[in-house]
Write a protein that binds this ligand. Structure first.
Ligand code: ZN
Ligand code: ZN
Length: 369
C-alpha cells in the first residue's frame, strides 16, 4: 500500500467556488478502508456547504457525501471487509460508547469522537486526506466527489456485487434519509394519508417510502411541475402545485387532514403550513434542515388536539440496519433507485450539476468515475 493521488472536488473556503484538484488519499489506518469511488451523487447539502449555510468546522473540505465504490485496501483490524468488496458509503457513524449510544439511541450520538468523525478527523487528530501538503477533511467524513476516499470500516456498508453501484451511491444520503423519516421517525401506518411538501431528491424518497409502508393516499406538493411529475413516478397518488391553496386542495382529497405531513424543504414558515394540514392527533415531521437561528411561529392551540411536531436528524438512520433494509426493498421491487438518476456525468461536469441544484427537473446528478 502507499498513498494514492486522486482527483477531487475541493472547497477551500465556504462562499468561494470549489476546484477540481489532486488530493492525497493516505493508506487506511487501523480500522479503516480505502475505497475506489464508483459513483457519487451531487446533493443539495454539498451546495449548502459551498454557499456557507452548512457549518464546516474544518477546511479545506473534499465535497461529496453520498457514494458507493469498491474496497481497494484495508487497514489493520478490519473485519468483515476485504479488497474487492462493494460498499455504500455511510455518513459518519456513532461512537458506540456514549450515553445515547448505550441507551440504543445511536442515531443521536453527539460525542466528541463522532463530531470529529463527521469531518474525517481520527481520534488522534490526524486526517486521512491531504491537499497541497496540508490536512484535508472529507464532507460528513465521506468525501465521495473524489476518485478515492478512506473511511472508517463502520462507514463502508457491504452490499452484494450484483447491485448497481451507480444507483446505490444514492442510498447513503437522500434515499436512506427519506426512508428513515417515514419508518424511523413518523412510523407511517398502512392506510395513512401522507403529505410531502418538497418533491426533490429526499422528498421523492419520502413519497416512495410512504407507499412502501402502506400509505394509500400520498400527496406531493411542489412549485415545479416537473417535480410533481417525478413524485407521481415514485408513487404519489395526488399532486398539488405549491402556489395553490394547499389546505383547500388537501381538504378536497381528505377532509380530516393528513395523518403525517413531511416538510422536506427546510423553511420554518412552511412547517407552520404543514402543521395546519394535519388531522387531529396527526404528526408533522421537519425533514428539511432550517437555517440555524431561524424561528418557528404557529398557533400553539393546534397542539392541544394531540398534534405532534417532530424533528428529524437524517432520518434517525442506523446505516448498517437501514441500508440492508433498502437492499431488501430494492430486491422486492419496492425501491426505485434508477429513476432518481436524472443524469450520469463525469467529475469535470460537476459544476453544471452544482449550478442546477434545486432547479432541475430530476432528483439527482450522479458522477460516475
Ligand atoms: Zn446529501
Ligand atoms: Zn455515541
Amino acid at each position: 500500500m502507499s498513498t494514492l493521488s486522486a482527483r477531487a472536488l475541493v472547497l477551500e473556503e465556504p462562499g468561494t467556488a470549489p476546484v477540481l484538484a489532486e488530493i492525497e488519499v493516505l493508506d487506511p489506518g487501523t480500522g479503516e478502508v480505502r475505497v475506489k469511488v464508483a459513483a457519487s451523487g451531487v446533493c443539495g447539502t454539498d451546495g449548502h456547504a459551498i454557499e456557507g449555510t452548512h457549518p464546516l468546522p474544518y477546511r479545506p473540505v473534499v465535497l461529496g457525501h453520498e457514494g458507493a465504490g469498491v474496497v481497494e485496501s484495508v487497514g489493520e483490524g478490519v473485519t468483515g471487509l476485504k479488497p474487492g468488496d462493494h460498499v455504500v458509503c455511510a455518513l459518519a457513524v456513532p461512537c458506540g460508547t456514549c450515553r445515547q449510544c448505550r441507551r440504543g439511541l445511536s442515531e443521536h450520538c453527539n460525542s466528541p469522537a463522532r463530531r470529529k468523525a463527521m469531518s474525517g478527523v481520527r481520534a488522534d487528530g490526524s486526517t486521512r486526506l491531504r491537499y497541497r501538503g496540508e490536512p484535508a477533511y472529507p464532507f460528513f467524513g465521506v468525501g465521495t466527489l473524489a476518485e478515492y476516499t478512506t473511511l472508517r470500516q463502520e462507514q463502508a456498508i457491504r452490499i452484494d456485487e450484483s447491485l448497481p453501484l451507480d444507483e446505490f451511491s444514492l442510498a447513503g444520503c437522500g434515499v436512506v434519509t427519506g426512508y428513515g423519516a417515514v419508518l424511523n421517525i413518523a412510523g407511517v401506518q398502512p392506510g395513512d394519508t401522507v403529505v410531502v411538501v418538497g418533491a426533490g431528491g429526499v422528498g421523492v424518497n419520502v413519497v416512495q417510502a410512504a407507499r412502501a409502508a402502506g400509505a394509500t393516499t400520498v400527496v406531493a406538493v411542489d412549485g415545479l411541475p416537473a417535480k410533481l411529475d417525478l413524485a407521481r413516478k415514485f408513487g404519489a397518488t395526488h399532486v398539488i402545485d405549491a402556489s395553490a391553496d394547499v389546505a383547500a386542495e388537501l381538504a378536497a382529497i381528505e377532509p380530516d387532514g393528513a395523518d403525517v405531513v413531511f416538510e422536506v424543504v427546510g423553511k420554518p414558515e412552511l412547517l407552520a403550513m404543514c402543521l395546519g394540514l394535519t388531522r387531529v392527533g396527526g404528526a408533522c415531521v421537519m425533514v428539511g434542515i432550517p437555517p440555524m437561528g431561524s424561528q418557528l411561529s404557529f398557533d400553539a392551540f393546534t397542539l392541544s388536539a394531540n398534534r405532534r411536531v417532530l424533528g428529524c436528524r437524517g432520518g434517525a438512520v442506523v446505516p448498517a440496519r437501514d441500508i440492508d433494509r433498502l437492499v431488501a426493498l430494492y430486491r422486492g421491487g419496492n425501491l426505485n433507485l434508477a429513476d432518481l438518476i436524472g443524469q450520469r456525468i463525469e467529475l469535470d461536469d460537476v459544476f453544471g450539476a452544482l449550478d442546477s441544484l434545486g432547479r432541475s427537473a430530476f432528483a439527482r446528478s450522479v458522477v460516475v468515475f
